[in-house]
Ligand binder design. Structure first.
Ligand code: FES
Ligand SMILES: [Fe+2]
Length: 360
């Protein structure tokens, strides 16, 4: 089949603005992990569709707001995560669980700051829901809930994120490529032999099967017998892991989150945050699977495995970064229509879902 997204959509400013509104302004977006919001006053903040959003734990209840103070528009939180009251650092306004400014230094010096006016000065609320350990927000005031948005992938994502144990790595980099080039790159294995000859190729992933949970999709594939043989002894360390996968599994949560696991021993969660039409902030968070208490000897062996998983992921992403930056140069110089093989069916589906939203 032919490609559906015109090359200009990978670099045009107007298309980028339209995406922020029609895609990121409407859909559910993952902004982080529940484990970072375990205690009262824990918070996370992240950019979604060009706007900063905060999720805050108020005595166990999660609330999400636009991260802009209603006094004179300072960012309330600047750190990606932390613990502290929902208080603006500029003049010290603090906000309650409704987003209402309830602590206002030198309040008598304001004229006309009635209770009614205070309510009008509430922070703009966003919707927040969770799936397993993942926290999602939506700027849309109404529309389907998270469970309905994730559809059949909800149970998979819940199970996989709940199986995440200690964090092994956080790899953040800015890539000079449109976010869609990066997402599409993760959706096909056609490039593996050329781009990852000494890294991902070692897994000898087979054809596998595609799963469709529109607008999301997944890929479940067996690993080569040589790789499995090599891993046999190592796998004994992970016998008690909660999620046993036969091979490699990759899930796209449309439009820009991916979750991948090899045999359920580790999980990598990748965010592709659009920073501009030609720039993306990529973050990959890698977790070891949850395991029970381990003896020091076994722990050392698991740590060694974790180190090799970290090195492997970093090497693979660095190879993908390089080729995606070259594709970015290419899309700026052409108006042609490309073509997709049957190994690239998930790219085709992603493009169809994207075009439906952007055209609407
Ligand atoms: S801008 Fe936030 S308190 Fe003044
Ligand atoms: Fe790749």
């Amino acid at each position: 089949m032919d490609t559906l997204i015109p090359p200009a959509h990978y670099h045009d400013e107007q298309v980028f603005a339209r995406e922020q509104e029609k895609i990121f302004g409407v859909l559910w977006s993952c902004v982080g992990f529940r484990r970072d919001l375990a205690c009262h006053n824990d918070y996370i903040s992240r950019d979604v569709g060009g706007r900063s959003v905060i999720v805050h734990n108020f005595n166990g209840e999660l609330k999400a707001f636009h991260n802009v103070c209603s006094h004179r528009f300072n960012r309330i939180h600047t750190a990606p995560k932390g613990n502290g009251p929902l208080q603006c650092g500029y003049h010290g306004w603090s906000f309650d669980a409704r987003g209402c400014p309830t602590g206002i230094p030198k309040r008598p010096r304001f004229d006309g700051l009635t209770e009614e006016r205070l309510c009008e000065l509430s922070l703009q609320p966003w919707r927040v829901e969770t799936c397993g350990d993942l926290v999602f927000v939506s700027a849309a005031g109404e529309g389907p809930g998270l469970r309905s948005f994730l559809g059949e992938s909800f149970a998979t994502i819940e199970r996989m994120s709940a199986a995440c144990g200690p964090q092994i790595d956080e790899n953040v980099m800015t890539i000079r490529a449109n976010w869609k080039i990066l997402v599409e790159n993760t959706l096909e294995s056609y490039h593996v032999g050329f781009i990852h000859p000494t890294t991902f190729s070692r897994l000898s992933a087979g054809e596998g099967v595609f799963g469709w949970q529109p607008p999301h999709s997944s890929w479940d594939t067996p690993l080569g017998p040589k790789f499995l043989e090599r891993m046999k002894r190592v796998m004994l360390l992970f016998e008690s892991r909660p999620v046993h996968l036969a091979g490699y599994f990759h899930q796209l949560v449309f439009p820009n989150l991916t979750i991948a696991s090899t045999q359920g021993t580790s999980f990598s969660i990748q965010f592709f945050e659009p920073m501009g039409p030609r720039e993306t902030r990529f973050s990959s968070i890698v977790f070891q699977t949850r395991l029970g208490d381990l003896s020091p000897g076994i722990q050392a062996a698991v740590d060694a495995m974790n180190q090799s998983v970290k090195d492997f992921n970093r090497a693979v992403f660095s190879e993908d970064k390089d080729v995606c930056e070259q594709v970015q140069l290419g899309v700026a110089e052409t108006a042609q229509t490309g073509i997709l093989s049957d190994e690239e069916l998930r790219v085709g589906d992603f493009q169809r879902q994207y075009m439906d939203l952007i055209k609407s």
